[in-house]
Design a protein. Sequence first.
Length: 134
Amino acid sequence: TKGHRPDTAASTEHKAIFTVLASLAPRHTEALQQLASLQANQLATSTRTKSSTDNEDLPSSSWVNYKTLFRQCQRKCIVHADEQLRRFLQELKDHGVVEKNDGEDGEGLSYRIPHGAKTLRDILNFIHTTSKND
């Protein structure tokens, strides 16, 4: 296939995530970074038991329990109330940045960023900048 680049869709999707993050309030980004951190830790734990690390760009199947995420965000003073984090996550979900699992599998409410380790690292390294008109 002439001129076909299989990574183009993934690259466009990757850029879209950061366009969304730049447009949202910093607290949304901070909450997403906590989710990325928890998910990356789970991913690192699961890949230590596997021999292959060639799947850096493959979506992670690691779901993060909502209660764990909420406690982490509270500890970091990102949110103070449950409803606040739920609103942040709903907005991130509306933008396609996170996915929600309602816990019908018995695991309870959980969230994930449907991207691989590379994107999780990029989210963790994202710095929210604001333009100041002085």
